[in-house]
Design a protein. Structure first.
Lengths: 568, 320, 179
């Protein structure tokens, strides 16, 4: 108390003598989304009892020299359609104070952090997905010497936002990470062609045992290491993490260890980029509360190894979500620009991109396992020990060409297979195979307006009477799920401030002719500097909204969505 | 900027005026429950039934311990659900006269891919009341019901959540078993095989007077077991034993019947009576024509708080 | 546990106290800073080669354009590809430098060098996989482009990309250089 009085006196005298002095920086952003929904029985859209829905946030950050502080206010009255139901009320969702200089960076309160590629710890927020697993505690970062960095975190994890207050999960998370970039640290190595960075992390969580029948470990740790090597145009990086016994809702209370490893190899030069990746994950779902499921209380981040698609039919109908229990995945990604001035390249160059990704179920060996023994281990497996069970396959390419200053086109093709029994997104069984073709064209007009149009066609492979996938256009075959779709998008930018767009998704291939519905959707937007106001109206089909391999089902809706965002 | 702001404000004002009006035509809510018993279930004269068959609750003693009902919200195509079902079943086996399970096939969105039928998972385990209950709690903010498997023990809250994962059920069961009983219940059932109909008579004595006026009663009709397909950890198991399948609410509506003064007698106890037909059993191949087998059915009757949803007492009634 | 928190709170308080004392002693020296314009925050990021770079010490002379983008954001790619065709001229005339900050997280982070090199971009590309710089700059969604003057003040902030926005941006850059 004495200190506080002294502090206020000092501050008071400081401010009177400061006069012209810099008072520090305020920055932040706000976002408000309002929905008014109608009943629509054709697509199964319901009207919420309150008719209107609202999500609203504002972040305020203050920095003054080396001192920083910030807070976030959130409001859900109630939450918008499809948002997870752990958000309700109005209140402070995040707050922190901190100090940072070249040597130390300390934050007290709520914070976000990532160790390496996130396999052991990733604390982040994705507002659109309704994901926020922030820690409430202390974070310290030390940079004792150039190229060397240490991080330490300790805290409770956010689980939900109930009645305007943050609800934390029952566990405590703590972690430590160190990294050395040799070429920066050691002057002798600064000019060497081989560039090496190594890092290691250790994360541990504590949760009291609540199971009356079994002795569950209360402290579960994940430790691992990573290395990144660069040699001229080649890069090779790898990370491996190992988890101790972690019986949980996700893995059926087994006492198996878990591991995850990711290897990336790349080559790049001007005009060409190549990436090859491989991933093997087993039993790496790591939560601060062992009873939670879906996207709650996750400590680490296991992204799916496939390309993030942007066209709406490809990205939201049958997307692939990470299988936390385990998967073995591979990806190859190439981007090449045919130089400008050549015959095929044209005046501006033509870009071709090819991508392939696939995922399989890992082999689980049970021959050496005695289910009656007291070890609790239910199978054994090794990294990259693949079974034949396919989870996912995606082959796609795109060609992008600017013909004149005013006209350009992008052509894309996708051939995908999704194992719906495992990565369930719809009511069908077995594999869903589909092909999609998208043609996008952009036009610029004299009066500074421009038009962008997309035509997307998706063909879902049909099945015969035995349930086997046959072709796309055979007669007398069974239509799988909702059948084929077509989408047309027209986006007209009137000038720098205004745009309007119209989209229609047509389910022309539905086996039930009464359900072959059009889903028209119109948007108007106004942008001025850092402010953006958009109004959308129309029918949205049910789908999945995925970010980084975490998918959230969004129900069908029909109505108005108003959104205002501003950064300051 | 000002112009845009004014436009935005006027647009939102317009929208607010548009949706904030709900016009109510008839101020009294219509009750869909038939308070009259269906006398055709009794193979004989109804007056004989009233004279001889109506039970005398004085000869039956009510349990003085609070029983537990675990509501397990599940789905036959939900790979993590069998573990939760096993947890619930083990808790029942540990205390078979006081811990009961109800498996309700519904997701927070009602019918989802986990409950839907297809060529492999052919049986439709859902019913309209179960799905409606799932949607209600799925929409209720911070109910904790986010996916399958999830469930509740006597709808007692854990923090702010009514629903919690299977790992949390055991502690809640112990908590409820040790708590004091606030509502005593008795039941008696007359089943007539020839008509496949039954009459249920219940008596409720409210021991804690502060709860008066805010209680409701729900009767679950459950099918004991069915051997059918289940997704167990992403693998199809065709001969899985599904237990305690919720088939319907005897009162018909999702929130049952309210304990109003009209059901009270001079002793201050409530008497609620129901009549119902035994439905056909479910079949593993999903065909509509199952057999009617009363021995494979039972009732769970419970009294709950209309504000907090907490279930004060539940009793089991076999059909025989 | 509470004792630990009390000790840390006391430490923070002492720290704040220390700084206010330092500021009083230096208060007479600084009269130049403009109170209403935002300064570029200091966040430590890595570039595509793994070198650590502090956003407040980019080391460029002349104005800086900071553009937030991601490999999955089509309008962002359109904006940066359009500026790529004009970049040489822009640099010659104004000495501007463009820093493309990628908010790709671990799922798509590895595709960043593939895209940047495949397209032949000459910008400085910084990686912000956990959104630290994005948060500090108050960015809601991408694309979002800022213009920084030589004193580290943010003089222009624009969300979204419409064809023609690069011309507005260039006008702002020219205004800075003419001053």
């Amino acid at each position: 108390m004495k200190k506080l009085v002294f502090l206020t006196l000092l501050c008071g005298s400081t401010f009177t003598s400061l006069g012209q002095l810099d008072r520090g920086n305020f920055s932040g952003n706000m976002e408000t989304t309002f929905q008014y929904l109608n009943e629509d029985s054709l697509i199964g859209a319901t009207q919420p009892p309150s008719k209107g829905l609202l999500n609203s946030y504002m972040n305020v950050f203050y920095t003054h020299g080396n001192f920083k502080a910030g807070a976030r206010f959130e409001s859900y009255l109630p939450r918008i359609q499809g948002y997870p139901n752990s958000f309700d009320g109005t209140g402070i969702g995040m707050r922190y104070v901190g100090y940072a200089n070249d040597f130390i960076d300390v934050t007290l309160g709520n914070f976000y952090e990532q160790f390496g590629s996130g396999l052991s710890l990733r604390i982040y927020e994705d507002r659109a997905l309704g994901f926020d697993n922030m820690l409430d505690g202390v974070k310290i970062k030390l940079r004792p010497y150039k190229g060397i960095a240490f991080k330490g975190v300790y805290g409770n994890q956010r689980l939900a936002f109930a009645g305007g207050k943050v609800v934390n999960s029952g566990g405590i998370v703590r972690g430590f990470d160190g990294e050395v970039h040799f070429n920066e640290t050691f002057e002798k190595l600064a000019d060497k062609k081989l560039d090496v960075t190594i890092g290691g992390s250790f994360v541990s969580k504590y949760q009291a045992n609540d199971d009356p029948e079994l002795i569950l470990p209360e402290n579960v740790g994940v430790y691992g290491g990573r290395i990144l090597m660069r040699y001229q145009r080649f890069t090779l990086e790898g990370e491996y993490v190992q988890k101790g016994q972690d019986p949980s809702q996700d893995n059926g209370k087994n006492f198996n260890p878990g591991f995850a490893t990711i290897i990336n190899a790349g080559y790049s030069q001007k005009g060409l980029g190549i990436l090859l990746s491989a991933k093997s994950v087993d039993n790496m779902s790591y939560r601060s509360d062992r009873n939670q499921q879906l996207q709650n209380a996750l400590i680490n981040y296991l992204p799916s190894m496939n390309k993030t698609h942007t066209y709406n039919l490809v990205s939201s109908l049958y997307p692939y979500a990470t299988q936390p229990i385990g998967e073995i995945a591979f990806q190859a990604d190439v981007l090449y620009t045919i130089p400008k001035g050549t015959a095929v390249g044209g005046k501006y160059g033509t870009t071709i991109g090819v991508n392939y990704s696939t995922a399989y179920r890992p082999m689980r060996h049970t021959s050496t396992i005695n289910p009656l023994d007291s070890s609790g281990v239910t199978y054994t497996t090794k990294p990259f020990d693949m079974s034949d069970s396919l989870y996912w396959r995606d082959f796609n390419f795109n060609i992008s060409k600017k013909f004149t200053k005013k006209f350009n086109m992008i052509l894309s093709y996708y051939n995908m297979t999704l194992n719906n029994d495992v990565a369930t997104v719809t009511k069908e069984t077995g594999d869903i195979k589909f092909q999609t073709v998208v043609l996008e064209a952009g036009f610029k007009f004299k009066n500074k307006s421009s038009l962008r149009t997309e035509v997307q066609l998706m063909f879902v492979k049909k099945r015969d009477s035995l349930g086997q996938n046959v072709g796309f256009f055979e007669r007398g075959t069974k239509v799988v799920d909702n059948g084929d779709w077509a989408t047309v998008v027209l986006e007209y930018t009137i000038n720098s401030n205004w745009f309007i767009s119209v989209m229609d998704q047509y389910n022309y291939g539905n086996k039930d002719s009464g359900k072959r519905a059009h889903h028209p959707y119109a948007s108007i937007g106004y942008i001025r500097g850092a402010t953006r106001v958009t109004a959308n109206y129309g029918r949205q089909r049910a789908g999945l909204f995925c970010v980084g391999g975490i998918c959230r089902p969004v129900p069908a809706s029909n109505g108005l969505t108003l959104s205002v965002t501003h950064s300051f | 900027m000002k112009k845009i702001f004014l436009n935005f404000v006027s647009a939102s004002a317009l929208i607010i005026t548009l949706f904030s009006c709900d016009k109510v035509e008839n101020i009294y809510p219509t009750s869909t429950f038939q308070t009259d018993l269906d006398t055709t279930f009794y193979p004989g004269n109804w007056s004989d039934y009233l004279a001889n068959e109506v039970p005398d609750f004085g000869t039956i003693t009510a349990s003085s311990d609070r029983n537990v009902i675990i509501e397990d919200f599940t789905g036959h195509n939900c790979s993590n659900c069998p573990q939760a079902a096993t947890t619930a079943h083990n808790l029942h086996e540990g205390n078979p006269d006081r811990v009961f399970v109800a498996s309700i096939h519904a997701s927070p969105q009602g019918m989802s891919a986990f409950q839907a039928t297809n060529n492999t998972y052919k049986t439709d385990f859902t019913n309209s009341v179960g799905l409606e209950t799932g949607i209600y709690f799925g929409n209720l903010a911070n109910s904790g019901f986010a996916g399958n498997p999830s469930g509740s023990v006597n709808r007692v809250k854990a923090g702010t959540a009514t629903f919690y994962p299977a790992g949390a059920w055991s502690t809640k069961v112990s908590e409820v078993l040790a708590s004091t009983l606030k509502v005593a219940m008795k039941s008696h059932l007359n089943y007539y095989e020839v008509t496949q109909g039954a009459y249920l008579h219940t008596e409720v004595e409210v021991l804690d007077n502060s709860l008066e006026g805010n209680l409701g009663m729900i009767v679950y009709l459950l099918e004991d077991s069915l051997v059918a397909s289940q997704n167990v950890s992403s693998l199809h198991v065709p001969d899985y034993v599904h237990r305690d399948i919720h088939r319907k609410n005897i009162s018909g509506q999702i929130w049952g019947r309210t304990l109003t003064p009209e059901f009270k007698d001079e002793n201050g106890k409530y008497y609620l009576d129901y009549s119902f037909a035994i439905p056909a059993q479910l079949t593993a191949d999903g065909t509509a024509t199952g057999v009617i087998n009363a021995e494979n059915m039972h009732l769970l009757i419970y009294v709950y708080d209309k504000t907090t949803h907490e279930i004060y007492q539940v009793i089991k009634q076999k059909i025989e | 546990m509470t004792n630990k928190i009390q000790i840390t709170m006391k430490n923070i308080l002492t720290l704040v106290l220390a700084f206010t004392t330092v500021f009083t002693s230096f208060s007479q020296e600084d009269h130049n800073s403009n109170m209403s314009v935002k300064q570029l925050p200091s966040v430590v990021l890595k570039d595509m080669e793994g070198n650590t770079i502090n956003t407040a010490e980019l080391g460029f002379d002349g104005p800086i354009v900071i553009s937030f983008w991601a490999t999955w954001c089509s309008p962002c790619k359109r904006e940066l590809n359009t500026i790529h065709d004009l970049y040489t001229d822009w640099q010659e005339e104004t000495g501007v430098n463009l820093v493309a900050v990628s908010i790709d997280d671990e799922k798509t982070r590895n595709s960043v060098p593939v895209y940047v090199n495949g397209k032949g971009w000459e910008y400085l590309v910084l990686m912000d996989p956990n959104g630290d710089f994005k948060r500090a700059m108050g960015v809601n969604n991408v694309p979002h482009t800022f213009l920084i003057d030589t004193n580290g003040n943010i003089v222009y902030s624009h969300n979204n990309y419409a064809p023609g926005d690069e011309d507005h941006l260039y006008e702002e850059i020219q205004k800075l250089v003419k001053k």
